[in-house]
Design a protein around this ligand. Sequence first.
Ligand code: NCD
Length: 313
Amino acid sequence: MNSSNPLIGRDIVSISDLSKEEIRAVLDQALHFEQQLQQNQHLTLLTGRILATVFYEPSTRTRLSFESAMHRLGGSVISVAEARTSSSAAKGESLYDSGKMLESYADVIVQRHPAVGSARALADAARVPVINAGDGTGEHPTQALLDLYTIEREKGTLEGLTVVMMGDLKNGRTVHSLARALAHWKAKLILCAPKALAMPGDLIAHLRHQGLVVIETENMNAALAQADIVYVTRIQQERFETVEEYMRYKGVYVVNEKAVRSAKAGMTVMHPLPRVDEISTDVDALPNAAYFRQARYGVFVRMALLAMVLGAV
Ligand code: NCD
């Protein structure tokens, strides 16, 4: 165990729970694990430890990359993939009771849940570390960490970049967490969304207060002309009251090969995935397309988080 690990026993509920130095420590540890896996090293840091993944909302990448991360470190996983229907929540069990039970079954809990604040509620109940894998439209702090890792790998720095966030900035939790994180590196943020799907005003005020330059626009091409990075997000269908309302915004922005070629040279295209139609597949083969690398980096970052909160590094 290394006394310089600042995350031992900690919950990861909001990206704001982590200081700039703590984020740096996670990114450095993730790079170390990436290099070890590249050398085919067999890692056993978490042998005998158990991760519980409890997902009340759909997930492919987040759940599988956490589970893969745990296995790659020699640990074990227990899992409820459809907790909304197949766990005792369907019988009315509270998050508090769920936390009291899970803490004796697992050494660390990763939860995704549709309610904002649900991760905090579970963390308050459980004695073991709780990691928020998405609480409704609230936050997705581990996605923000892997997004930062991706930006640093693609650009060589986190400092002084112009980042365009595009799409459903109201309901998308990944952009809420990433924007908060970028405030540590004084980025310029250009928020490109239809007015009805704009990033919440109180969050924008908070970001400005933290020293971020924040510009709002509805014009995709004007935004891309300045972007070092465009972070594209899906219109979050499940957060709309009606299909008609969703259809009004579906397809509002589509980044295609032509848009990338007429953007600032070398612009990196990111997306937390899953994509629907907001990045056309003709972008995939361009060197600018970083979204599949981004998904791969998630494993290293989640290995770092698990090893750190469990005090194994
Ligand atoms: C995101 C999420 O769940 O918020 N997915 C993910 O974890 N990579 C983005 C989304 O669902 O649009």
